[in-house]
Design a protein around this ligand. Structure first.
Ligand SMILES: Cc1ncc(COP(=O)(O)O)c(C=O)c1O
Length: 423
């Protein structure tokens, strides 16, 4: 039976050699940002040494920079399953989303409705909530707090033909790992004539994306969550992009994808983004045997390798996540928060420990070289709805293709010893 080559993956990440208080660092903070493989480090370095320039000039480095940006659009198009001219870059997901919401604001009237969700990160809520200042009615699709899943029946009832102009929801929750049915959400949006905006920032590390199969109008993510540099990436469906009155300078190209890209971009980050996609494709090439049967027919080239890479990653992470959740579930004093068994989820696992705040747990684990995050992770509405804001929120463990079973054993030992010494 073929095995996921975790040793090869780990060999690509120089950061993994770090130690903390004599113990190897275990980077279980992937949902906050992944570590960087050598190919990405080299691409950023090479850009700054060999190609550093502004764009659209008539000498070697500027022309190379134009090429590097086009290459990155092609790489992200392979990752999303779209055309390169449907891919725009920006500072990060939040900035791109603000820009999009303010651009759309011109076409919205008081009384128009925008639907956001209670499960989303503020990056896909705040930019839309600001539209309330213009008289737009911003309503929240509720979350079922017992299962950490979205109430899509409520969304069906809340979406009104003609009145609902945007439905913004995440693909996966960065706080509890729930994967939402974004195809159904995009279908609802299409039925009522609304624009569907999918935040794939958390999902992008955990599964293949196919914007055509989802049928969404916009999809946003951030390269630093899938091994790349700090760069935001936005897909806007071609026909939609043509009509958005983008916030842009008169000196800026009026056509997509450039019209969404204000100012000088992070060229070295964009060069690194291509390398991050190529790293995922390399994971796919190395693990073809593992996922061959699951790769949809009709894909070829790098797109096929990326899909294989993400499927291989899932095949590796999901059993590890199941092991972690079942061990934590059996630990007295630990309460897990996340979707029920069988519901689609990423390998991100969140919990609380009786007698300790999340910050205290994260600090204790941090001292042992176990890097986990605590609090609300900007998914503040969800953590409020779970009733955990006052008590300090959740402890979040994020798995990646470089996570090992040994790291999880170390984490479980540390959590068990905390849980059994309740103050
Ligand atoms: C689900 C989700 N959406 C949006 C964001 C915001 O992304 P960015 O930091 O690129 O603005 C994050 C960041 O953690 C996230 O996890």
């Amino acid at each position: 039976m073929p095995q996921f080559d975790v040793a090869w993956v780990r060999s690509q990440f120089p950061a993994l050699s770090r130690t903390v208080n004599g113990r190897p660092a275990a980077y279980l903070d992937g949902p906050g940002g992944t570590q960087t493989p050598r190919g990405v480090l080299d691409a950023v370095h090479e850009y700054l040494v060999d190609h550093n320039s502004n764009v659209h000039g008539f000498f070697a480095t500027t022309q190379e920079t134009d090429r590097i940006i086009l290459d990155a659009r092609a790489a992200m198009a392979d990752m999303f399953g779209c055309r390169p001219d449907e891919v725009s870059f920006g500072a990060n997901m939040t900035t791109l989303c603000f820009m999009l919401a303010q651009s759309l604001a011109h076409s919205l009237s008081p009384g128009d409705q925008v639907l956001i969700t209670e499960i989303d990160h503020e990056g896909n809520r705040g930019p839309w909530l600001r539209l309330a200042e213009r008289g737009v009615l911003v309503r929240e699709v509720p979350v079922h707090t017992s299962t950490c899943t979205l109430d899509l029946e409520a969304l069906e009832r809340m979406a009104h033909e003609g009145r609902t102009k945007v439905i913004a929801a995440n693909y996966a929750s960065n706080a509890v790992g729930t994967i939402s049915d974004v195809k159904r959400i995009a279908d609802i949006a299409r039925r009522v004539g609304a624009l569907s905006v999918v935040d794939a920032v958390h999902y992008a590390l955990h599964g293949p994306i196919d914007v055509r199969a989802i049928g969404c109008d916009v999809l946003l993510c951030s390269a630093y969550k899938f091994f790349g540099p700090h760069v935001g990436v936005m897909y806007v469906r071609g026909e939609v992009a043509e009509h958005v009155d983008a916030l842009r300078l008169r000196t800026q190209e009026p056509t997509p994808p450039d019209k969404f890209e204000t100012g000088t971009l992070n060229h070295e980050g964009i060069a690194g983004t291509t390398a991050a996609v190529d790293f995922i494709a390399e994971m796919g090439r190395r693990n073809t045997d593992l996922v061959e049967a699951q790769v949809p027919a009709g894909l070829d080239g790098r797109r096929r390798e990326i899909v294989a890479g993400m499927l291989a990653n899932e095949a590796y992470e999901q059993p590890l996540a199941r092991y972690l959740t079942s061990e934590l579930a059996d630990t007295r004093g630990v309460t897990l928060y996340g979707p029920p068994t069988g519901h689609p989820r990423t390998s991100t696992v969140s919990f609380t420990v009786d007698g300790y705040t999340a910050m205290e747990v994260a600090r204790t684990l941090g001292e042992r070289g176990l890097f986990v995050w605590d609090g609300h992770f900007y998914a503040v509405r969800l953590v409020e709805r779970l009733g955990l804001i006052e008590s300090g929120g959740l402890v979040r463990v994020g798995l990646c293709p470089y996570t090992t079973r040994e790291e999880l054993e170390r984490l479980l030992d540390a959590v068990r010893s905390l849980a059994t010494s309740v103050r």
